[in-house]
Write a protein that binds this ligand. Structure first.
Ligand code: ZN
Length: 79
């Protein structure tokens, strides 16, 4: 059986990209027997969904600098 550290790494990897069939089997087997990693898997998914929601909401925010602030930044860069 894989270690809890390995299981946590696979859970994070699965959320970020994808894992192989064998990795998936090892993870499923571990989570079946380990209550801590089962909880971590649920919490990790919730955190990931919350972050994705936050990022998608804040990507649409338009940020505009006033002409005064643009000129002030340009002045500072030229100093
Ligand atoms: Zn575990």
């Amino acid at each position: 059986m894989i270690s809890c550290n390995h299981a946590a790494m696979l859970i994070d990897k699965k959320e970020a990209t994808s894992i192989s069939f064998m990795e998936s089997l090892k993870l499923k087997f571990h989570v079946l027997l380990c209550a801590t990693c089962k909880k971590y898997k649920v919490m990790s998914k919730q955190i990931d969904q919350t972050l994705k929601k936050y990022v998608s909401q804040h990507n649409t925010v338009n940020v505009h600098l006033s002409e005064e602030k643009k000129e002030a930044i340009i002045r500072k860069l030229n100093e």
